[in-house]
Design a protein. Sequence first.
Lengths: 261, 323
Amino acid sequence: MFSIGERINGMFRSVGAAIRDKNPEPIQKLARNQLSAGADALDVNVGPASADPLAAMEWLVKTIREVTDAPLAIDTTKPDVMRRGLELAGPGSIINSTKGQQEQLDIFIPMASELQASVIVLTIDENGIPRDANGRSEIALRAVASAMEHGLDPDKLMIDAVILPANVAQPTAAQVLETIRSVKLLSDPPPKTVLGLSNVSQGTTQRPLLNRTYLVMALASGLDAAILDVLDTEMMDAMIAAELLLNRAVYCEDFLRAYRS
Amino acid sequence: MPFEMPVEKWTGAVNAVTIGATAAEGGTRGSTVTVGGDAGLPFLHFEGKTPHRPAIAMEVPDVAPAELPPPMMEAFGDVTSDPAAWASKCAGEYGADMICLRLTGAHPDREDRSPDQCAQVVKSVLSAVTVPLVIFGCGHADKDNEVMPRVSEVAAGENCLLGTAAQDNYKTITAACLADGHKLITEAPLDINIQKQVNILVSDAGMDLSRIVMYQATGGLGYGMEYAYSIMERTRLAALSGDRMLAMPMLALLGNECWKVKEARLSDQEAPTWGPAAERGVLWEAMTAACFLHGGTHIFVMWHPRAAQQLRTMVDSLIGEVI
C-alpha cells in the first residue's frame, strides 16, 4: 500500500507552532520519523489558522525538501497555494485534494497534468456527499472523464470515497468499501483509490482499533493508498499483514521487517 | 478496431550485478560480466529492457567426478586432473563468460582438502584464465566455514561471486565477502520464502542488496524443473513489483543437475530407443537451459560446451537486436 504520512499538519499544535515560529526542527524530525516508519509520501498542510497560507506552504515545503526527496501531498483547497506547493515540491507530487464538481476538476486536473502530479479527487460535489456507493462512483467517473480529456493517465487519479466518522454516519463505512471495489471498473488502467483513514474514528473511543480494522477491510476491497498516521506501529503491522495475506508481498519469517526495509 | 498490446507497467527492476575486476578496478581480470537490470519479464522487450545478456559460467571441479559421462570425457578428458587447464579450455576454446569453480574436494566425504589446498587451486585458476570467477564451496557447512574465508582472502580484489550463504549458515561467508570485496550467492532449497529470509539475514549482516545473486536448488528437465521455473517466475514478478528483498539476479547449476539423470547417462546399449547417448545429455542440458532462460535465470552454470553453445545461440536470438 502507498502510505501518505498525515502528521505534518498545522492542526497539530506542535506543527502549528513550528510553522508560526519558522522553526524547522520539529517539521524535519516529523518528516524523517514518518519516512522511517514506512511513509511513501508526506502530507503537507499548513493548518486552518495560518494568516498567510501561501508563505507558510512555501516555507513548509522548502523545509521538508532540505531533508528528503520523498513525494509530497500538498494539502490545501486553495489553487494558488497548491500550485506553489507543487512547483517547489517537484514532479511526482500529489494534489490533496479537489472536490468532484466540474469547475473544481477543471482547475486541478489540468494542474496535475501540467506539473506531473497525481490528484486526489473526493467524491463530494456541489450536492454534498452522495448517500450511496452509486453516487460516489458517478463522481469518480466524472473525474476519470476529466482526466482523459486533459491527458492525465487514469492511474494518476486517486479517488477518495470520503469516509465519515463511525459515530456520525455509520452506514458510510460499508458504502465506501463498495465504492472502492466499483471504482476499479471505471477505466483500464483503473484509477487508484485512497482514504483519509483517521476520519473513520474521529470523535470515537478506541480510535487506533477502528483505524486499523477499517484499513484492513479497505485493503481487502482493493484500496491502493491511505493518508494515515504511519507512526501507529500496530496499524502499520496490520497493514503489512493484510498485504501479505492478500498475496501482494512474498512471505518470509521477518515479513514485517522485510516490508519496512 | 486496432489492436493495442496490453503492456504491464512495473514499478521495480532486477539489480544489475557486476562480477570480476580488471586491473583498473583492483583485480587482474581481462573482462568483467554484468548480469541483471531487467525491467520486465524475460525477453518481453516491449515491457521493459533486458540491458545485459544472461551469462554462461562453465563449471570446473577441483576434483573431477569419478565417472564423467563419455560426452564430457570427449570434451574434457585431457584436462580432468588439472582444474587450471580445465578452466583454461572453457574460457579459451569454449568461450565461457565466467568459470564456476566448485571446491568439491574439500568435502570430508571426498578428499577432505585443507583450506590452503583449496586456496592453491583458486590461485591456479585465477592465473590460468582472465574471465571472472564464481566459486562454490563443497556444501558441507562447517568445512565451508573453514575453506571459504581462506579462498576469499587469496582472491581479494578480484570481485568474485562466492557461495553459498544459507539460512542456517551465512555469517562466515558474508563476512569474508565483505572483507575481500566479493559478491555473494544466497541459497534456498526451492523455497521463495526462505530465499527472501536469507537475503534479509545477509543484508542485516552488512551485505548490500546490490551485491547478492540468488541460487535456488536447481531442478533438471523431468526432475522438478517446472517447480524451479515457477519459483523463478514468482521471484521475478516480486522483483518487478518492487520487492527489494527478491530483486537480485538468479543463478542455476544446470550441468550438475542434468548430467546426473539416467536420461543423460545411460548408454546406447542400455537405452537403445532413447536416441544416441552422444547427444542425449547435451540436449538434456541445453533444453533445461532453454526453460531456465525463459524463467529468468541470469547466470547459467553449464557442463558441456555444446550445450553452452546452444544456449548462447538461444540468447542471441532472443536478445540480439536489443543490446
